[in-house]
Design a protein around this ligand. Structure first.
Ligand SMILES: Cc1ncc(COP(=O)(O)O)c(C=O)c1O
Length: 426
């Protein structure tokens, strides 16, 4: 990649990813489409890895299990695999994607909530590294399926530490009223039960308190509770060999001051390392979030008595984060011009008042047909897209230096209806 500026940058006033201009991408692939930068994903992975390498001994390096709910495109998963990552999955579908991308079961952790029998069987068949347990009944289901298949499953118990973490209430997962995790008291009981089950091997505990956590201090109380739990389990005679310390690392949406990775790594060194276990982590958003944009076109400019709307050819069906989480995503034109700035409500094409990408957004004056990008949508963007309003799913494009490839085809109108059927009595 010599002589190529990597990642997102402007060249002659036109937004590029690596060596490829987004105007050319729009011409070739149509809009809306997600466009990802492989080099940004690699940069993110390496920055986290290097902070951990500096703080922790070589034989205690955490297994970074990419949480592929953030972006489960098999090409994206493959980039992470090639970097040496493990994989965190939450469904049979994500397991299938991981296997297709070349992961072996031993690199995969399931943190799925409400694991179905079919999913448990598929995970056992793949000999995954570990099941993180969300509720007591799961233990029985996993033991039964493992017995039927003549296998033994490693299980770790997710702690609910009763801590609030993360950038929005809907992405905070560790408070006592959240559905996730188990209390310390329950985990002590569950460890005992699992020890008696012939086809389970209780190996440790896990935690994940939320997403988009910008302060390293926010991780501290959770780690301390995890350490306290490990000590209690050990003094009750249990073996604790694996600790999964979760994900939650933030990305840049709106010039936030981001988590200092070195401070985070020091926290792991000070609190988790002395427990002498294999350490696992589950970063999702951090790996891919800043690596993706949604490339879209201004369909119309609409002026009402009180507002100027820029109506895009994308909608909340393509990107639901602003509607679901009030998430901020910067929006900017692909081509710079000097026609001054204006304030718009930048909205989508879906028939919902809530289909707003960015309210009162100051941006260079827009016209029908202008290309704009919605930024930082590589995580929880396409993976949360839907067919609402019978809008087809957009294409996904990967750029890597001089190379460009469709890694997800745009859906056609015919494909929208392919799974449906009109009964012959109608
Ligand atoms: C158990 C678990 N691990 C990891 C993640 C990934 O979180 P993030 O994308 O914030 O790193 C999530 C997100 O929901 C999760 O529920």
């Amino acid at each position: 990649m010599s002589n190529i500026e990597s990642g997102f940058h402007k060249r002659n006033g036109v937004l590029h990813i690596d060596n490829i201009s987004l105007t050319n991408v729009a011409k070739k692939y149509a809009t809306p489409c997600y466009v990802y930068s492989a080099s940004v994903i690699r940069k993110q992975y390496k920055a986290l890895k290097s902070a951990l390498e500096q703080a922790l001994p070589a034989d205690k390096q955490p297994l970074l299990c990419y949480a592929c709910k953030a972006n489960s495109n098999i090409a994206i998963i493959k980039i992470l695999k090639n970097l040496g990552s493990g994989l965190e999955i939450v469904s049979e579908g994500e397991l299938a994607r991981g296997l297709k991308a070349g992961f072996s079961g031993k690199q995969i952790i399931s943190t799925s909530f409400g694991k179905s029998d079919a999913e448990i069987k598929a995970c056992l068949k793949a000999d995954i590294l570990q099941f993180n347990i969300e509720s007591p009944d799961e233990l029985y289901s996993i033991n039964t399926q493992a017995k039927n298949m003549g296998k033994t499953a490693n299980v770790a118990f997710r702690l609910n530490p009763n801590i609030s973490g993360g950038g929005h209430s809907k992405i905070s997962t560790g408070r006592k009223d959240d559905k996730f995790g188990n209390t310390k008291e329950d985990i002590l009981k569950l460890y005992e039960i699992a020890k008696e089950m012939q086809h389970l091997n209780p190996v440790g505990v896990s935690i994940h308190i939320g997403s988009q956590i910008v302060q390293s201090d926010a991780f501290k109380p959770g780690f301390e509770r995890l350490a306290d739990l490990v000590k209690t389990l050990r003094s009750a005679g249990h073996k604790v060999t694996h600790l999964d310390i979760g994900g939650g690392f933030p990305i840049n949406y709106n010039n936030e001051i981001l988590l200092n990775l070195n401070e985070y790594a020091k926290l792991v060194r000070d609190i988790i390392l002395p427990l002498d276990t294999q350490i696992q982590m589950e970063p999702g958003r951090y790996m891919v979030g800043n690596a993706g944009i949604l490339l879209t076109k201004v369909q119309y400019i609409k002026q009402t008595p009180s507002k100027k709307f820029a109506v895009l050819d994308a909608g909340m069906n393509d990107l639901i984060r602003p509607t679901l989480y009030d998430a901020y995503h910067d929006i900017s034109p692909v081509i710079d011009h000097n026609k001054g700035k204006r304030i718009y409500d930048v909205v989508g094409h879906i028939c919902e008042s809530g289909d707003i990408f960015n309210k009162n957004h100051e941006i260079a004056t827009l016209h029908k047909g202008d290309l704009v990008v919605i930024k930082s949508v590589g995580a929880y963007g396409f993976s949360m897209a839907s067919n609402y309003n019978s809008r087809p799913l957009p294409a996904e494009i990967l750029i890597d230096g001089n190379k460009i490839c469709t890694i997800g085809k745009a859906q056609s109108i015919d494909e929208l209806m392919i799974r449906e059927n009109i009964p012959d009595w109608l």
